[in-house]
Design a protein. Structure first.
Length: 729
């Protein structure tokens, strides 16, 4: 199928039309929408599938022609300020467009089963399609103004989807946090865009680099000002791609439905920041201080995300910190000039992490059928275990994604991560150490997530009924317990302890009664048997199997068999390399050489997996002992420091709360007090004085002319005295 590049407008238009139709139907005819909800889902799925096929057709044409074209229409046709809109077709655009659509279609199919019982089913699909349309429009944008507009639409969709269950206070707070944090970055981006226009007189991405270079050589651009502009432009990617120090919104964003985490916070929206840096890479690469800053921001983020994921209990938050760490890899690679390696890892990570998040959603969906809806239990990895026996498809595909993130060949992320680690060592010894140590930590915490979730014994119904101090797993109200609410005492920050709603004596007698009438193996089974986890349905497992294919094979497509340097100019050659993949004579020789050169990073990954197996590979150990005794074997004296660091998010949120939230609250209260007691008092005093003066003067108005003449003469005499004898000579 051959299509001209001028049909690229179909890619964002199809999901946009589907979103408008679904949203309008849900808004104006809510009752009718409930009967046609599946038709709405099919409309959104097929519209995005159409965009995917168009992207694939244009991608095939790009492989043959490898041309760069743009189609523009006048938007603001003024002589002094001329702005155009349209779409730009080049290798980077088509890679991102294909990534957005190929990940989006499985997520939409998966969402049909995951959200089938939700009352906001149609609204969810309207938001999803609007997001994919916004993201597609962003990657097709030919200038910074259009790109900024679509980025704001992406941010709005993120706000709507994170807060989809807005009735929950945690979801409402999370979407507000994401919105505010991203506005900080986007404000800096807007200032940077205005600075670029003030310097070059253009918003066109294709012209910025050449104009900036010419002006710099002519001496019209101050180097300090140029670096400030580039750093302001960098603020947008720092916020959108969850880089330090604006990463704090990403873990809280897991409050949204799990398909949202797979689509937005693993594969597409967080990749928008990486895409922006790659899009203006030619401009940034001319500024060494900015490149150095980018490399270290990415390196610090990669290491920080890995350390924060070490002791997480929430399945989705563990994967969220993993996303943050891998995005740090990409940003660091861009900072050291490894443009191709960063984009390569962007693609491989997107498929792997989307697979992991959908697998996590399948697990949560199954656990909720056993323990009921409670995020503290259904997403707690210490309430899982042994699920591979019950959910073989989910367990197998999750293992593939885990091994890929760990950097095990021949899975996708191994090839891209190894390139970044190699480039980091060649660029700087400290960055090489950061990249390699992060790889070892990644293997440890990713295999920890897999082992706690899928291996060992099923722990969702395990508990020690004899002692309240050993209830590390449950944090929910359970009616069978007579109103007893048990919360996890393991988190040193939240300090949640067991609480009894109807009195300690009543609860103890209740527990002792059921201890007498329960079997020894499973004291939770009294009066009824709890259901076992089951594999998710075909609609949910099909996307898992589908995403497992690129997770396994897509890395082989991006291998640089020509063994050329990975710079910006070679992106088209990398794009057209797949047709010649099997024609390379030294195919196996290159693979062997890559594996030999990557022995160091591979050894660190295997070491991390081995340590994780030695700690969390035991089957007959309670969650409490597994988390503390196992961790003691690894770090002994520092186990509580590591756990506190991870569970408290590195204390960064705490200091942000002190420095910004509390400071702003204090400033607001001070301004409010000044307005209430100072400004209002002055206004009220002025009004009271006028009232009092009027009352005093009113008694002097008696209607006698002689009195008026006397006052008039007295006033005239006083004026004359003041004029002739001034009090201040």
């Amino acid at each position: 199928m051959k299509l001209s590049n001028e049909y690229a407008w179909i890619i964002p238009s199809c999901p946009l039309i589907a979103s408008c139709c679904t949203g309008s139907l849900a808004f104006f005819f809510p009752e009718a929408t409930r009967g046609f909800r599946r038709l709405c889902a099919l409309l959104n799925i097929f519209s995005l599938a159409a965009s995917m096929f168009v992207s694939l057709a244009l991608f095939q044409g790009q492989i043959i022609n490898h041309s760069i074209q743009q189609y523009l229409w006048a938007w603001i046709p003024r002589s002094t300020f001329f702005v155009e809109i349209g779409f730009l077709i080049d290798p980077l655009t088509l890679i991102m467009s294909l990534l957005v659509t190929t990940v989006g279609v499985p997520v939409m199919v998966y969402s049909d089963s995951y959200m089938c019982h939700d009352r906001g089913y149609a609204r969810f699909y309207a938001y999803l399609s609007l997001f994919t349309a916004s993201m597609s429009g962003s990657v097709l944008s030919p200038n910074l103004i259009q790109l900024y507009v679509f980025r704001e639409l992406v941010g709005m969709c993120s706000y709507l989807l994170i807060g989809f269950w807005f009735a929950r206070s945690s979801a409402a707070n999370a979407c507000q946090k994401a919105f505010v944090t991203n506005r900080v970055g986007d404000f800096g981006l807007l200032l940077g865009i205005l600075g670029i226009y003030w310097t070059t007189g253009s918003f066109e991405i294709s012209e910025l680099c050449d104009r900036f270079s010419e002006l710099g050589k002519a001496g019209f651009v101050n180097p300090i000002f140029a670096n400030i502009i580039a750093l302001l432009l960098l603020l947008g990617p720092v916020a959108k791609s969850a880089q330090f120090p604006l990463h704090i919104w990403l873990p809280d964003a897991m409050e949204g439905p799990t398909p949202i985490s797979a689509l937005i916070h693993a594969a597409t929206m967080v990749a928008a920041g990486i895409f922006l840096i790659a899009r203006i890479f030619g401009l940034i690469s001319m500024l060494p201080p900015v490149m150095l800053t980018i490399s270290w921001v990415g390196g610090v983020t990669a290491l920080l995300g890995a350390t924060l994921a070490l002791a997480q209990r929430d399945l989705k938050k563990g994967l969220a910190y993993s996303t943050m760490s891998q995005l740090g890899y990409m940003v660091s690679a861009l900072g050291i000039g490894a443009y191709r390696s960063a984009l390569f890892h962007l693609v491989t990570h997107a498929y792997s992490k989307a697979l992991l998040f959908l697998g996590a959603g399948s697990v949560i969906h199954s656990i909720e059928k056993v323990v009921g809806y409670s995020p503290d239990r259904s997403q707690n990895m210490f309430s899982m275990g042994g699920l591979r026996r019950y959910m073989p498809i989910t367990g197998t595909t999750f293992l593939l994604g885990t091994l890929s993130l760990c950097g095990i060949p021949p899975l996708a992320c191994f090839w891209s991560k190894d390139e970044i680690i190699t480039e980091s060592w060649l660029y700087s010894l400290p960055l090489g150490l950061v990249a390699s140590s992060t790889a070892g930590l990644t293997a440890f915490y990713m295999f920890r997530i897999y082992l706690l979730t899928f291996e060992g014994d099923f722990r969702a119904i395990e508990t020690d009924w004899a002692d309240f101090s050993k209830f590390p797993l449950f944090s929910t109200n359970i009616s069978l317990w007579g109103g007893t609410e048990l919360k996890s005492p393991l988190n040193p920050i939240s300090q949640n302890i067991a609480s009894v709603q109807y009195g300690v004596a009543k609860t103890k007698s209740f527990l002792s009664f059921h201890l007498e009438h329960s079997d020894g193996d499973n004291p939770a089974r009294y009066g009824r048997s709890l259901p076992s986890p089951k594999e998710s349905g075909f609609i949910m497992t099909l996307p898992l199997v589908t995403l497992a294919v690129p997770t396994t094979l897509v890395g082989l497509i991006g291998i640089d068999f020509a063994e050329e340097s990975t710079n910006f100019d070679l992106l088209p050659e990398w794009l057209i390399s797949p047709p010649h993949l099997f024609g390379v004579s030294n195919y196996f020789g290159v693979l062997t050489k890559i594996l030999a050169n990557s022995s160091g990073s591979l050894g660190l990954s295997l070491l991390g997996i081995f340590i994780s197996l030695s700690i969390y590979g035991q089957t007959n150990i309670s969650a409490y002992k597994q988390d503390f005794t196992g961790l003691t074997k690894l770090v002994n004296k520092f186990r509580f420091i590591i756990q506190s660091w991870s569970l408290s998010r590195g204390y960064i949120d705490y200091y942000y709360d002190i420095c910004f939230a509390r400071s702003l609250t204090f400033l607001s209260k001070s301004v409010s007090g000044f307005d209430r007691y100072i400004i209002d008092s002055l206004i009220n005093a002025t009004g009271a004085s006028n009232l009092f003066g009027g009352e005093v003067i009113r008694y002097g108005e008696n209607g006698r002319v002689s009195h008026y003449l006397f006052v008039l003469m007295l006033g005239a005499i006083l004026v004359l005295i003041i004029i002739n004898f001034p009090p201040f000579p």
